[in-house]
Structure formats: structure tokens, C-alpha cells
Design a protein around this ligand. Structure first.
Ligand SMILES: [Zn+2]
Length: 376
């Protein structure tokens, strides 16, 4: 048997080397814009931790986005066993179901250490957001932790836009619990539930729950990404006005607001960001997606992404040469036409899951797109 040992050892070493080569680099921030159909779920991977922004999912007779999300996260944690299936931070931009549907399953299946939301209690996803908030609030009791099988207390922070929101954004140990040995990422919230009268928003615009979405900026060395949830034009105008001249909106990657709808992106915001690359989270244009109630809450029925928003991105995104440039955009609900892109604009509805790497020197690269759009 002894004579076999060196060969076995060599084989084991070769296997280890191959495994090491196959693993993605661990020195960067990697953004996984996960294809959950019409909805948002973005995994932010750091060398020492993971963060999830929203856990939305499309659900209808044709597609189950919750299962797609859980499958992706399970596969991810299998490649990063040292993360112990733990999210250091779970951020929920606002309580609409396309951002919250899978929260109960995510909270049940993985360890969550910190939660931030806009604190709101209404909306189509309020049951899921409230459930998460209550789970976190009650987790300070060892009795509750035992009952729920929680290994740890979940820290919870609602974030508001008050008159005292600093121009550097809001952060604390719950919003930003992550510090990796090589790079300490910086996580800040720039927008949340509006609790100031110091805006131009009408009462109707304030009643629009989208306008209370968390806007979250994550910095990794010189690289950065901005999430604006489903903020609409009037709130985006306030965001741009509030932070004018601070440079805090200037980022490398933009998760396109409101699934690429006509009211989720403005030329002024894109000018302030000067993003290198943009990613839209939405469903494929061809899926009709009728659900059990006979309704259809999908990209096709909303008309996502809308031509006007994509044109703003084409004008403002800096990196050129999308590998597969001809995509489908909407001119109206259910009306789609082909468009040829010249910039690095990606979308879960066109590309499947989109994986983007941001290096600490600010360099941005598309790593891969996974899965295919369900459409021809
Ligand atoms: Zn949404």
C-alpha cells in the first residue's frame, strides 16, 4: 500500500490546485444580481462576509423565484463554507412583495446577524418585512431564540430621513457590521422612510411607498455600488438635491432603480453617479406569468425595462462593449422592441444572474452571467 501513497498525495495536491484555480478571487467585492424573475435580490460577497439586499421573488404558475433564490444562495454558501451560511447584514429596501417574498425562508434557512429596513408597516410585502423585524426585535430573549432555533441575537435598525440625516449618510455597527482583514467595506444608507417636511414631495408622492426605499451605498476600497430600491423620480430628485456637491452619489456600479421603469432613473442621478456599469433586476419580457388570482405581476405587464430609462443609461454608463448587445426593451406595458446597446448595461431578464466584480482599486468587471433568459 505504501507505494500508492505518493501517487495519491500527488493526485490530492493536483485536485487541491485545480479547486483553488476554479474558485473565484477572494480579494474583491462580488455582486450577484440574482435572477429571481420580476423582483430584487442582490448578494454582496466580501472576502470575509456576505450581505443580502432584498429577497424578492416572482411567483406565478410559470415561475417560482423563491426557489430560484434559495437554490442560488445554497450553491453560493457551498462554495464559501467558512461563511457558515451567514448574512452579516440583510437589508430590505421597502415592504413590497417583489423585494420581500422570500424573507421568511431566508431568515429560516440562514443565519442573519443584522437587519436594516425602512421601518414601515404597510405595503404588499409588509407581512414579510414585519415578520423579519419582529424576529429580530424578539431575538434579544433567550427563550425566543431557543424557540426559533436562533444561534444569535439579530440586531435591527430602521433607517429614516430626518432633518439630522448627515450628508455622509447614516451608518453604525448594525448598518455596517463588516470589517475584512484586508479591506474594511463601508456601508451607508442615504435614504429611507421620509420623516422630514423639508422636501418638495406632495402628500400623494409621500404616500407612494416606493419613495421611502432605502438607498444604500457600499464602498470597497476605491470601488462602490449604489442601490436605490424603487425610489421614483420625485424622491430621486430630492436625493440628488440633498447630496449635491458631496460626491457621495458618485459610484462605479448602479443597481438600476425600480426595475428599469420609466420613473426609476433620471439623467441627473446618472450624471451624479457616473457609473461604469449598470444592472437591472427584472423578469424576462416574454413570460406572461399569470398567478393563481388571474393577475400578472411580471416585467411584461409592467413594461420593464422602459426604453426611456435604458436610453438614459446608454448615455451615462461609461464602460462600453456588451458582449451580446441586442436586447428587448419596452415602449409601453406588453410592448417590446429590440435595441442595440453600446454600454455595459446588464439585466437579469436578459442575462440571467449577473455577477460583477469590484476590485479595491475601483476596477469593475463582469465576471459572468449565469443561466439564460427564458425568452428567445
Ligand atoms: Zn420593486
Amino acid at each position: 500500500m505504501d507505494s500508492f501513497r505518493p501517487r495519491l498525495l500527488l493526485r490530492a495536491r493536483t485536485l487541491l490546485l485545480l479547486m483553488t484555480l476554479a474558485l473565484p478571487a477572494r480579494a474583491d467585492m462580488v455582486l450577484h444580481f440574482i435572477d429571481v424573475g420580476q423582483g430584487d435580490a442582490t448578494l454582496v460577497e466580501f472576502p470575509c462576509a456576505a450581505m443580502l439586499v432584498d429577497a424578492g421573488a416572482e411567483l406565478n404558475l410559470e415561475y417560482d423565484g423563491t426557489q430560484a433564490l434559495l437554490d442560488y444562495l445554497d450553491a453560493f454558501f457551498a462554495t464559501r463554507p467558512h461563511l457558515n451560511r451567514t448574512f452579516a447584514l440583510l437589508a430590505v429596501t421597502h415592504p413590497h412583495i417583489d423585494h420581500t417574498r422570500a424573507l421568511p425562508q431566508v431568515a429560516q434557512r440562514y443565519t442573519i446577524q443584522n437587519v436594516i429596513t425602512n421601518g414601515q408597516r404597510a405595503g404588499s410585502g409588509s407581512r414579510e418585512q414585519l415578520g423579519l423585524q419582529n424576529r429580530a426585535k424578539n431575538s434579544d430573549s433567550s427563550f425566543v431564540r431557543d424557540r426559533l432555533g436562533l444561534a444569535n441575537e439579530i440586531h435591527y435598525q430602521p433607517v429614516f430621513v430626518g432633518d439630522d440625516l448627515p450628508l455622509s449618510g447614516f451608518s453604525n455597527g448594525i448598518v455596517d457590521p463588516i470589517a475584512c482583514p484586508d479591506v474594511d467595506p463601508l456601508i451607508r444608507v442615504l435614504w429611507g422612510e421620509i420623516r422630514t417636511s423639508n422636501t418638495q414631495l406632495t402628500n400623494g408622492e409621500k404616500r407612494n411607498l416606493n419613495n421611502h426605499s432605502l438607498a444604500i451605498r457600499v464602498d470597497y476600497g476605491s470601488g462602490s455600488v449604489l442601490f436605490t430600491g424603487d425610489l421614483e423620480k420625485e424622491a430621486i430628485d430630492e436625493l440628488v438635491k440633498r447630496y449635491a456637491g458631496t460626491g457621495i452619489l458618485d459610484v462605479d456600479v448602479y443597481q438600476v432603480g425600480h426595475h428599469g421603469s420609466a420613473n426609476g432613473t433620471t439623467p441627473e442621478l446618472v450624471a451624479a453617479m457616473s457609473p461604469k456599469l449598470a444592472v437591472i433586476s427584472m423578469g424576462p419580457y416574454c413570460r406572461v406569468g399569470v398567478d393563481w388570482t388571474g393577475n400578472s405581476w411580471v416585467a411584461r405587464s409592467y413594461g420593464h425595462p422602459r426604453k426611456s430609462a435604458v436610453e438614459i443609461l446608454e448615455a451615462g454608463v461609461r464602460l462600453t462593449d456588451r458582449s451580446d448587445p441586442t436586447i428587448q426593451i419596452a415602449t409601453a406595458p406588453q410592448r417590446f422592441i429590440p435595441m442595440t446597446l453600446t454600454k455595459k448595461i446588464y439585466a437579469t431578464g436578459w442575462d440571467g444572474t449577473v455577477v460583477v466584480k469590484i476590485q479595491k482599486n475601483g476596477r469593475v468587471d463582469l465576471v459572468e452571467t449565469k443561466g439564460q433568459s427564458a425568452c428567445p
